[in-house]
Ligand binder design. Sequence first.
Ligand code: PLP
Length: 229
Amino acid sequence: MDERISVQRNLTTIKENIHLACLQSNRNPDEIKVVAVTKYVSVERTEEALSSGIVHFGENRDEGLLEKWEHMSDKAVWHFIGSLQTKKVKKIIDKVSYIHSLDRISLAEEIHKRATQPVKCFIQVNVSGEESKHGLEPEEVAEFVKDLSPFTNIELVGLMTMAPYTEDEKLLRTCFRDLKDLQEKIKAMNLSYAPCTELSMGMSNDYMIAIEEGATFIRIGSALVGSEQ
Ligand SMILES: *Cc1c(COP(=O)(O)O)cnc(C)c1O
């Protein structure tokens, strides 16, 4: 028997927190989409999340994505949130609506080649500068966006980052704010293929701060569906 708190109950708490963070920052809660990160949990728990009304689901490995996709294909909207090897693109491309980890031109080329319709992509940015983190340096992003123009199957919807794992609220805020500034800069380039209106930032430990700083997609695993089988 599953002894964990139900997804429904966790979702209620998270929605309350979203409302609080929106009050704090004068935002509309409808702007914020919750992506349930199911990488640690079973197909059953993922189905429970779907029944709780969650629409967006995120996986960071092709195996996990394919396994869950098979069970829930037509109802769920899938997000690929992990670093993506070029050779894995063809396995996932017709299953996902969003890719959060675009970080190199060779990957853009492969997505463009394999996709049969435009894919919504986020550029992953390493705002914190931690060596362990994937993503482009903030200074590289504008040039990279220009280089995406030949790849018409890529729609650059926004930027994504992973903040450092820390309790330091000031550091988190700076990190999210830097991504927001960069997003506005890219948006102002006014490129048809790069509306760049979205911000994928905030996880279980920091999503309220991320929302206060402008997140539109929060990616939540442990606080929503749990972190183990
Ligand atoms: C695992 C993961 C998450 C969710 O992490 P939690 O701390 O469990 O909410 C979000 N984004 C990415 C890219 C992840 O790999």
